[in-house]
Write a protein that binds this ligand. Sequence first.
Ligand code: PNS
Length: 163
Amino acid sequence: MAIAVYPGSFDPITYGHIDIVRRARKLFSKLYVAVVANPHKSPLFTAEERVEITQAALAEAGINGLEVISFDGLLIDCARERSADAIVRGLRANSDFEYEFQMALTNRDLAPEFESVFFMTAGRYSFLASSMVKEVCAYGGDVSTFVPNSVQTALQEKLHPET
Ligand code: PNS
């Protein structure tokens, strides 16, 4: 069975990401969840916080036996360092397709040895995005259906430190 890297900003991890991790784990002998240190969007959480939050969320979801790492620079270099065979990404709505297609083709051009593998998200998570979760929490909304408790706590501490 092959080794895979599942990269992302994970700012923060949501039930949508967790669903992809759960399913990808069944197909790969080793799965790295790779938190990009410097995403192009400016993150709410630092890279260290995102790694910790991701680890806590996966543990809370009962998912063990995988490694959460952070990486800087090109994804293909991270994949090479981990001797990966595949890059895992989740696909939600149609709107994800163009960006994912562009990324997959760029990565294939740079490193044809890696296969990009896409998991269709579960229907109930097809609208779910970290950016929405942050916005809902920032305005005091309930995010308990989008993220596990540990992530809710981290969001609360970051966005509403006074409470
Ligand atoms: O969760 P995101 O923000 O959609 O994840 C995007 C990510 C981290 C997969 C992408 O930005 C990435 O791979 N960044 C590392 C830099 C890189 O390799 N760029 C060239 C590939 S397009």
